[in-house]
Write a protein that binds this ligand. Sequence first.
Ligand code: DWN
Ligand code: SAH
Length: 406
Amino acid sequence: MAHTCRACASPTECFIDFGRMPLANGFLTPDQFADEYFFDLQAGYCPHCTLVQLIEQPNRERMFNERYPFFSASSSRMSAHFSAIARDLLARHLATPDPLVVEIGSNDGTLLRHFAEAGIRHIGFEPSASVAAAASARSVNTLRRFFDADLAGQVVAAHGPADAVIAANALSHVADLHSVVAGIRTLLAPAGIAVIEDPYWAEVVEQTAFDQIYDEHASYFTLTSVTALFAQHDLEVIDVVPQPVHGGSLRYLIAPAGQRPSAGRVADLLARERASGLHLPATFAAFRDRVTANGEQLVARLQDLRRRRQRVVGYGATSKSTTVINRFGITSDLVEFISDTTPAKHGTFTPGAHIPVRSHAEFAAAYPDWALLFLWNHAAEVRAKEPAFTAAGGRWLGYVPAVRDF
Ligand code: DWN
Ligand code: SAH
């Protein structure tokens, strides 16, 4: 079957195939092993509008439901990052008498709670009941729905247009891009602003951060592809600001077309992306070769540590780890267990490879010789927390951007 671009409907070119993969957040118990769900994890690019996307994405209800175990508040750095977004919007963009803020993928309310606390009208769309309940417990007004164009119309009819729409690490998660982007256009007041943030594909390539590719991430954006997508809905990228989170993200500030001047850095980055060769077939092929080399080196390293009877424990049962673990055959005889701070993951097993997930207390109770950092995007936060591990002689092993000890 020919696969077409979610943004412009042109045929896509597959450039990487990770084989059969389970759901990245499908942590499970032994009674569920026999019924585990798998799909083909492959990514392609659109030679026409340059969007990078999954060829096949599992149904959204399989991924985002009452068992969804990723809570935004699990990272203090991300909590601070979201608090800064809220402060900035409050200071600069919410000058109307009774402003309305809408967030798509509001998760546990880590961002919207700042508006709730300030008494600002707000609505969070969050389909995963597990995290939506945590948001409600923080007095964040949460609708347990997948945001789409119809719901946007209902919000405007009931509450009027939005002064700000926020979607952090959310637009990348939706299969039906047009419905969500049309919904953002419907929601926005003429002077309104949308703040969209997602991992930057150029950084994924630059850092060989291949484990950003997993079921939930349907699209991998650049300024070029985002500009083309939003233009189809009469929306304009008026500014673009790099963010040092999740391995390098871009924040796009978006307004109804013609309403605000566009910052010079938009044109600058568009020109740099054009000149970079980011969207050439050779760039995708070289990325694929680096992925294979990094993964094979990592496994060779883990096998060597096992031969030398060194204990290796994984650090962070992240969504991303599912791709590296299953693509390269990392099993519990190479990584004893994975330490994680999310209670809902404790006592479960990782998707596919079934490596046990245990609490951070178990990691701290008997430090291993090595910690394999699946949480590479939060390396600074993690290392600041773990001086005792290093003091006890513990060593870190990483694989993004390359296999290395530190
Ligand atoms: O795009 C997405 C991003 C925003 O968050 C989602 N699709 C899912 C999720 O991706 P992830 O699971 O790779 O996110 P993180 O933030 O890299 O990892 C979160 C996991 O790491 C949680 O289970 C908590 C754990 N953790 C830990 O054990 N110790 C996190 C921190 C900060 C820690 O110090
Ligand atoms: N914004 C948070 C959460 C990112 S995880 C952060 O940056 O930390 C992605 C979230 O988007 C999940 O909580 C998932 O349930 C939600 N989501 C997925 N599809 C959605 C849709 N169509 N509308 C609203 N939320 C969606």
